[in-house]
Design a protein around this ligand. Structure first.
Ligand code: NAP
Ligand code: ZN
Length: 352
């Protein structure tokens, strides 16, 4: 074992504090990564504040972070995919059994024995796994991804969650040229969805509660923007969308959006508010519409997404912050005040 610096939350209400944790020395198939940047996902906030208590209670101290980009610093003896000094990335998962039908289908995110990057039982050291708000991490090479060399690293980190979480359902539901695609919520996930849908050739419409985000939405690749609280504007788009991606972190009415789908249109939820939704049956029945969910993506698809972003020069729009500003960043995230992802520069931790 060796020591690693990190920032942790001691309870759901504590501010972040500097700590030292143990990481395992790389075993045969492990890679040790010096973390350079780590994005801040709203899931980090839900977890730190124990908002998902009913489905995934938080074990404290909690060290979040699952949008990790860094450099390889040590290699297990059997590692073949990476060499020392390579750029490397880690997303929301660090292990799975590799043998179940889900793993065999490349859908590790559904493996019953999947290990999340943080707040999952740690098979090696006991306790729970610790994420990327830290200066280093050790991960099985099967869960380490390659970052295209042309991408800015601070902006590439959020691709590891916000990128794959939006790319995967768009591929699954056939978002292609000329499809009319809605994105609900212009936050970290939402702004990646706009960039990716635009790159896939879709006609992209953003729904926001923040009118001041209009110019940004257009710059990011949206063709139209609708302030969702304007009922008349919403009504003009009734029954017209092929696909809508809902990336909202808080409670809201999804029937309004279901009613905007055309026949056989689909609304996929990726946002994970703590409270259940109320779905009115007619919103689905009329038009044979469907409502589904999606969670991150498998490892092969995550690499496909990174390569797609490399080819289209897509990164997240980031506000780079030192790790000492975590509490402030969380408060701003709660107010939908981030353009459009915070990315922690871990150099700020090394110098502490
Ligand atoms: P975020 O950056 O905070 O963005 C959320 C956006 O939702 C806000 O920017 C805001 O957009 C909108 N919003 C916030 N409060 C709202 C309200 N009361 N009513 C309507 N809209 C509201 O969060 P994120 O990191 O993108 O994450 C979004 C959600 O996805 C979170 O619940 C997160 O846990 C979840 N998530 C799921 C997966 C998955 O695999 N399925 C992966 C990552 C994250 P506007 O200002 O434009 O209205
Ligand atoms: Zn995330």
């Amino acid at each position: 074992m060796y020591k690693s610096k990190a920032y942790s939350a001691a309870t759901a209400k504590s501010p972040f504090a500097r700590t030292t944790i143990s990481r395992r020395d790389p075993t045969e198939h492990d890679i040790q990564i010096e973390i350079l940047f780590c994005g801040i996902c709203h899931s980090d906030l839900h977890t730190v504040r124990n908002e998902w208590n009913e489905i995934m209670p938080t074990v404290y101290p909690c060290i979040p972070g699952h949008e990790i980009v860094g450099r390889v610093t040590r290699l297990g003896s059997a590692v073949s995919k990476f060499k020392l000094g390579d750029l490397a990335a880690v997303g929301c998962m660090v292990d799975s059994d590799g043998t179940c039908p889900e793993c065999r289908a490349g859908l590790e995110q559904f493996c019953p024995n999947m290990t999340l990057t943080y707040n999952s039982p740690d098979k090696h050291l006991g306790g729970v796994t610790y994420g990327g708000y830290s200066d280093s991490i050790v991960v099985d090479e099967r869960f380490v991804l390659r970052v295209p060399s042309n991408l800015d690293l601070a902006g590439a980190a959020p691709l590891l969650c916000a990128g794959i979480t939006t790319y995967s359902p768009m591929r699954r539901w056939g978002v292609t040229k000329d499809k009319k695609v809605g994105v609900v919520g212009l936050g970290g996930l939402g702004h990646m969805a706009v960039k990716i849908a635009h790159a896939l050739g879709a006609h992209v419409v953003v729904f926001t509660t923040s009118p001041h985000k209009k110019d940004d939405a257009l710059r990011l690749g949206a063709d139209e923007i609708i302030v969702s609280r304007d009922a008349d504007e919403m009504h003009k788009h009734a029954s017209s969308f092929d696909f809508i991606l809902d990336a909202v972190s808080a409670e809201h009415d999804i029937n309004t959006y279901l009613n905007l789908l055309r026949r056989d249109g689909n609304l996929t939820l990726v946002g994970l508010p703590a409270k259940p939704f109320a779905v009115a049956a007619p919103s689905l029945l009329f038009g044979r519409r469907s409502l589904s969910g999606s969670i991150i993506g498998g490892i092969a698809e995550t690499q496909e997404m990174l390569d797609f972003c490399g080819a289209h020069n897509i990164t997240s729009d980031v506000e780079v912050i030192p790790i000492q500003k975590l509490d402030e960043a969380y408060e701003r995230l709660l107010k939908s005040d981030v353009k459009y992802r915070f990315s922690i520069d871990l150099a700020s931790l090394k110098s502490e």
